[in-house]
Design a protein around this ligand. Structure first.
Ligand code: SAH
Length: 363
C-alpha cells in the first residue's frame, strides 16, 4: 500500500522528496502549488508535469488519500462530508457558510477516546488519529466542493478544530497540518484564522503556550465543579479543574495584547445550567483571574444521548449571571443540526439512520 500522501508534506519536504527522485527543486514547489493552491487531488490532473514523472509519482505515493462517501446539506446551508481514510476509517468535516466568511470544522481523529457523556462521537471510541495529510485534505475537499477545484474563495476561511476527536491527542499531525495550511503558496489560511478546541489535555496547553506561531485556543469546560465535570468529561479525573485552570492562567500570560482564549460550555437541561452553577463558574474563573470569554452552546441532542438542550430563557439567565460577575459570555447558535453536523453529533452517520431522527430532534 502506498501510504505516502504528498498532501501531508511541507513544501521543504516535498522539495527534498523530489530531489531524491533526481528532480530539480522547482518541481517540488510546483507540486506543492498544484496540491494546495490549485487543490488538485491526483497526479493525472497535473498535466504540466512530464508524463513519466507522473507515472513515477503514482508508483511511489498518492496525491491524496481521503474519499468522500456522502455529503449532506442542511437547510441552513451547512454541509457535512462523511469520508473514509485509505484504511477505511470514517472522517467527518463540516462547512459552515456565514455572511462574511466561511468556517470549516475539521476532525483530528477518527472517533475519539474521550468519553464525554454528552457527545455522540464518544460512542465510536478511538479508531485512530489522523495524519497531517488527512487533516489538510479535509479543507481542500470542502473548498473544492463548495467553490470548484482550485477556485478562489469569495471571502476568508476560518478553521476550527472542533470536529471528531481530541486535537491535542493528535498534536504533532495537527501542528504540522496547520503549518502546511498556512503556507502562502498553498491554502494560505494563517494561524490567526484557526481555533483549536481541547477537552483539557493540560501538558499540551502548556506546550502550545510556548509556541509563537500558533492557533487560537478554546477549552471545553461543561461544568463548574470537579464533581460534575468528572461525570460529564471523564478526562477531568486525569486533569482536574485546579490543574486545568492553572494551565489556562499560564496560557493567558503568553497571549499577545488584545488576544483572548475561549471557554466552551455545553448547556444541558437541568444538569449544568442553573443560576447557582453560573455563579460557581464565574467564581472559578475569577478565582484564577482568567479573562477568557465563555461561549454557551445549547446541547445538540442525538439519540441515544440522555440530555436535552437548555431552554433559551435558561441559557439567557445563565449568561446574565456570568455577565453580572464580569465574565463575557455569548450564546452560540447551532448550525446543521438537521444533518447531524452540529457539535457533538459527528458519529459517521449515513443517510439511512439520521434523517428520521433529525426531524424530531432538531428543535
Ligand atoms: N475534543 C475537543 C474538540 C471536539 S468537541 C473538545 O472537547 O473540545 C467540540 C465542542 O463541542 C466542545 O466544546 C464540546 O464540549 C462540544 N460538544 C460536544 N458534544 C456536544 C453536543 N452534543 N452539543 C453541543 N456541544 C457539544
Amino acid at each position: 500500500m502506498k501510504n505516502l500522501s504528498l498532501t501531508g508534506l511541507s513544501q521543504e519536504e516535498l522539495v527534498t522528496f523530489l530531489a531524491q527522485l533526481g528532480e530539480p527543486s522547482y518541481r517540488g514547489r510546483q507540486i506543492f502549488r498544484a496540491l494546495h493552491h490549485r487543490r488538485l487531488r491526483s497526479f493525472e490532473e497535473m498535466t504540466d508535469l512530464p508524463k513519466d514523472l507522473r507515472a513515477k509519482l503514482n508508483e511511489l505515493a498518492t496525491a491524496s488519500s481521503l474519499t468522500v462517501e456522502s455529503r449532506f446539506i442542511s437547510e441552513d446551508g451547512t454541509r457535512r462530508y462523511l469520508m473514509k481514510t485509505h484504511d477505511n476509517f470514517p472522517v467527518e468535516t463540516v462547512f459552515i457558510p456565514e455572511e462574511r466568511r466561511d468556517t470549516i470544522c475539521f476532525s483530528s481523529q477518527s472517533g475519539c477516546p474521550l468519553q464525554c457523556s454528552f457527545c455522540l462521537t464518544a460512542q465510536l471510541g478511538l479508531l485512530r488519529s489522523l495524519t497531517a495529510g488527512e487533516i489538510v485534505e479535509q479543507i481542500i475537499i470542502a473548498l473544492n466542493d463548495v467553490y470548484g477545484m482550485g477556485a478562489k474563495t469569495p471571502h476568508g476561511t476560518n478553521l476550527v478544530g472542533m470536529g471528531a476527536g481530541e486535537p491535542f491527542l493528535a498534536f504533532d499531525s495537527l501542528m504540522k497540518a496547520l503549518r502546511i495550511i498556512a503556507d502562502p503558496s498553498g491554502l494560505h489560511i494563517v494561524h490567526n484564522r484557526v481555533t483549536v478546541s481541547t477537552a483539557g489535555v493540560v501538558p499540551r496547553i502548556r506546550e502550545l503556550a510556548a509556541i509563537d506561531d500558533r492557533p487560537h485556543l478554546a477549552i471545553s469546560l461543561a461544568a463548574p465543579t470537579d464533581e460534575l465535570r468528572n461525570v460529564l468529561m471523564p478526562i477531568n479525573k486525569k486533569w482536574p479543574l485546579k490543574e486545568l485552570l492553572a494551565a489556562c492562567k499560564d496560557f493567558e500570560r503568553s497571549l499577545k495584547p488584545g488576544e483572548r482564549f475561549t471557554f466552551e460550555y455545553v448547556m444541558l437541561d437541568g444538569v449544568n445550567d442553573a443560576d447557582e452553577q453560573a455563579r460557581q463558574l464565574a467564581n472559578l474563573l475569577n478565582h484564577y483571574q482568567v479573562h477568557a470569554k465563555v461561549n454557551l452552546i445549547p446541547h445538540n441532542p442525538a439519540h441515544p444521548l440522555p440530555y436535552r438542550p437548555s431552554p433559551p430563557h435558561r441559557v439567557e439567565s445563565f449568561r446574565r449571571v456570568l455577565e453580572s460577575k464580569g465574565i463575557d459570555a455569548f450564546v452560540r447558535r447551532p448550525r446543521g443540526r438537521d444533518i447531524f453536523a452540529a457539535c457533538g453529533q459527528l458519529a459517521a452517520r449515513g443517510e439511512a439512520n439520521f434523517s428520521k431522527e433529525s426531524a424530531s430532534f432538531s428543535r
